[in-house]
Design a protein around this ligand. Structure first.
Ligand code: KG4
Ligand code: ZN
Length: 333
């Protein structure tokens, strides 16, 4: 079964073709980072306009790379939400148009489910059930995953997502967007214990996150340095901030696996591209007798391969959607 996946929830226009849920035949991504960089974050209106320009060539490229035509595609899988409404609408409308003209069935895929299943795209795969930490620019959630179709939310951020915190801290340090990769590079030269930034652990057993206080602590630290005429060491700030995020993410992910009594832990989402987070969750998983699974970094950040894969399992379960299906901006979990 050949599935064409389409992803346009934020600032990446992406398309991919997967065969029988296992062979990835193509994976095309067009990033808009250079468009949004000068604004220090994604400008929704600009994102939608650029998706409109890019969706056709990106989908065509994915088909070309896979050496297939639309006529050979058995099903379309398109990101339905959560994300930016205007951006999502471009992908969904495009998929609906193809579905109608070429008479191909289609399904809407939740973007979070794409991240949750991205670990099946390559490499060693976990068995069910597993606990997954999805840390991205829009979400920081912990899920209990029972099958390719069953997901239970165990914890979520109460304010900023982890990636959002990286992006906001980068902005206040005058660093470019997206902040995650820039901060993690800078952190390599810094001292992670130079500044004692707070770790918000919330209630004793809570699996929720809160990163807005940490962001404010960094802002306050920078302001105080400026006021006192103290030199700002960006690398130390980056390393100390990153360590505070990593500490809390790893601690809660491990606790979630222990509370759920599962041995398999998955880390995915854009922030899972962070080398320090990958290193620490691996170390702590080993220490606690857990098996850790992480997709390679190019499958952690947004892509359509994960959407095509998640869509494949929906088709396998005989799900299809009506043409009046709509997008949604907020998480359904
Ligand atoms: O999953 P993703 O590509 O898009 C969303 O669904 O949000 O995640 C993007 C987020 C951004 O906030 C970006 O700064 C963050 O992932 N990110 C990182 C790293 N690479 C990307 N955060 C920390 N360290 C990284 N190396
Ligand atoms: Zn994402």
């Amino acid at each position: 079964m050949l599935i064409l996946g389409i992803e346009s929830s934020c600032d990446e226009t992406a398309a991919a073709v997967i065969e029988d849920g296992v062979s990835l035949l193509s994976n095309t991504i067009h990033s808009q980072v250079d468009i949004h960089e000068k604004y220090g974050g994604v400008v929704p209106e600009l994102a939608s306009r650029h998706h409109l320009e890019n969706i056709y060539p990106v989908v065509q490229d994915a088909l070309d790379q896979a050496h297939v035509s639309l006529e050979q595609i058995d099903g379309l899988a398109v990101t339905q939400g959560p994300g930016l409404i205007g951006s999502l609408l471009v992908g969904l409308s495009f998929a609906k148009a193809i579905a109608m003209v070429k008479k191909i069935p289609y399904v809407g895929v939740d973007h979070m489910v794409g991240h949750l299943l991205s670990v099946f795209l390559t490499g060693e795969k976990p068995s069910f059930p597993y606990v997954a930490l999805i840390a991205s620019g829009g979400h920081s959630n912990i899920f209990y995953v029972e099958s390719f179709l069953d997901f239970k939310l165990l914890g979520r951020t109460r304010d900023d997502a982890a990636g959002e915190a990286f992006d906001k801290v980068a902005k206040l340090l005058g660093l470019p967007y997206p902040g995650g990769p820039v901060i993690s590079d800078l952190a390599r030269q810094g001292d992670a214990h130079a500044i004692a930034f707070p770790r918000a652990r919330l209630e004793a057993q809570s699996l929720d996150f809160s990163f807005s206080g940490l962001k404010t602590a960094v802002a306050t630290y920078v302001m105080r340095c400026n006021k006192d005429g103290k030199e700002i060491n960006q690398a130390d700030i980056a390393a100390s901030f990153q360590e505070a995020v990593v500490d809390v993410l790893v601690e809660k992910a491990i606790r979630a696996a222990q509370q759920s009594n599962v041995k398999n832990l998955v880390l995915a989402g854009g922030v899972a591209a962070n080398p320090r987070l990958r290193e620490e969750i691996k170390r702590q998983s080993k220490k606690n007798g857990l098996n850790i699974f992480m997709p390679p970094t190019h499958f952690c950040t947004d892509n359509a391969a994960m959407i095509a894969l998640a869509g494949y399992y929906q088709f396998e379960a005989r799900a299809t959607q009506r043409l009046d299906m709509d997008v949604y901006s907020r998480s359904q979990f």
